[in-house]
Structure formats: C-alpha cells, structure tokens
Ligand binder design. Sequence first.
Ligand code: MG
Length: 374
Amino acid sequence: MTRIAILGSTGSIGTQTLDICRRHPDRFRVTALTARGSREKLFAQLREFRPEMAGLTEGIRPEEIPDDLRGIRWVQGPETLSTVAREAEADQVLVSVVGIAGLESVLAALEAGKQVLLANKEALVTGGQLVTDLARTKGKLLLPVDSEHSAIFQCLQAAGENRPEELLLTASGGPFRTWDKERIRHATREEALRHPNWNMGAKITVDSASMFNKGLEIMEARWLFDMPEDRIKVVVHPESIVHSAVVFRDGAVLAQLGMPDMRVPIAYAMSWPERIETGVKPADLIQLGKLTFEKPDAEKFPALQLARQCLRAGGAACTVFNGANEAAVAAFLRGEIAFGEITERVKRALDRLSGLTANTLEEIQEADSLARQV
Ligand code: MG
C-alpha cells in the first residue's frame, strides 16, 4: 500500500489524483489532504478518503470544523503545506499547489525523505539548484506530473543509459496562436481563459495563452533533466496529442502520445515504474487522422525568449520572472491591466532587479517578493 499526501487536493490536479486513488483503493491510501480555502470541497473529500491529517492554508477556527471531522489532525495557516509535507505519514507527497508556495513544501517533503510527485513548476523555476541538490543528497528522484515533463521522463525510461541530445517540449499554442499581436494585446479575461484542449486552473490557463507557461516549463525541464536551455526546443502542436519528445544522437526521436488528460501523467508518477489503469482511452490515431507541428512565434509570444534570457542570466532571474508574472496575471484576472501588459511588467521587474542571487530559500523568497512589488 502506497500512502499519499496531497497538497492542493481541491484543485484540478488534486481532484484528478483522488480519482486515481478511488480507482485503486487496494494500492493507494490517502493520509493527508490540504486546500487553500475551498472548505466544503475539502470536507467532502475528507469524508470520502478519511485521512489522518487535513489542512487549510487560509485557516479555520476549531469551532468551524464539522463534528464528524474532528478526529482528524488539523493544521492551518501559512505553515500548513510544509508541516503536512514534513509530518504526514506518507510515502509520496503530491505537490499540486499553484505558485512559489510549492517550493517550501517540496523542500520539506524531500528533507523528510519522502518521494515528491511534482505538479508545481515554481519549485524548480525558483529553487531549481536548491531542490535538485537536496533530492540528490537524499537519493530521491523528482517525479514529474506536468504532462510535457512526464512525457520526456517516459521517453527517457526507454533510453537506458543513453543521454538525449535535445528535448522537444510541445505547446498547444493556446487560444491566441492564430491571433495577431495587436489583438492579443487587448485580449479579455474570458478569451484568455478559453483553452482549446486542457481543462486547468485560471493561473495556468492565462499562462498558456501568453506562453509564459512554456517559458516556465523550459526552466522546469532544465532542472529536471539537467539540460542546458539551448538544447530544449519548443514545438507548437495545436492538437496536444504528442506531449513531448526526446532526440537521440542516432537520429531517433521518441515521443509520448495520448489524449490530453492529466490522469495519465498523474498515475504514472504515482505508480512508476509500473503503469496502472486510469480510465483514459488511448489516442485513436486513425480517428485523429493527422497531427500538425509549427515553429513558435517569438514576436507574438516574447515569454519564450525572456525565459531563455533568465536561464542564461542565472541568479534570481527565473525567480523574478515567475514572481512578476504571478503578480501580473493576478492583476490581469482582476481586470486591472491589459493582457499585453503582463509581459511588459515582467520585463520591467527583470530590468530593475538584475543581479540578485538565489542560493538560499530566504534569498529566493526575497527576490520573489521584490518582483511582485515591481
Ligand atoms: Mg504542462
């Protein structure tokens, strides 16, 4: 029996992870669940899965906990994620919270010797060196849940000791792939939230529309697979069937294909190196007929080049890129800035905050907070 703690259980990844647990009750036991503020949803999950530990990062007063859930150990407030990551009786900790909040919990889970299933890209984007050093020291592999990185991980499993020459990260191109630059600049909230293939949370959906998500994924891949940025290529693939690919020196390109359904990468991380039933139908290639690929448009989507510049600059540049983007996306979702201003704000933060270092958790948090202020 694998014991799993889920940080961010009421979000898109969290609920789909519970779906896998529900399908395999003889294989997975849920021992901890946390949410940010979705109380009713969390209560329902706690009643179904009966873990020993529960947490709400936005906090809950003791008298607000329903009578039938008082036997559970409750953690609340800002320390929730790292406390649960460290103290839950779990073999695996799935970190599926959004944002830099994931960094501390990934470090806490690794420190406690637990297997991390990584659905939070910001931990590697902001603390790549710190996290990968600690994972190496603890002899733990970081198991990717992000669909592209899971695809690369799956391809590498078939490669034995052979190192890849290049990684090909696929990108759907988002809802604005065929729009011109001016129209993208003034896109509305509703337009940005209309992703063609994937059903995800609001922050990542906006990031897909701006392609900041792909920029963050280049950074994530750099650390997960120890690959320099110039050997991580982005290929636009609007159908989202090829989830990513790996190029070898003999000319072979291995890719992983499947319907766009996160339960496949989630289950692979949970059951690795085995494969288990997920409820997802295999991609029907005859039905699909054809798949298309194109070059990303660097003019319309400057986030990709910006991300590469940050990786080359090193220090806290990736942390600033991420923090400024998180703050700018939040402002966009509140209706305060135009879509096109997201990139401008991130550029401004990078210009003003060059030369910061990111060697410790404190330095990373400081750089993140300065970026948000700008
Ligand atoms: Mg992804």
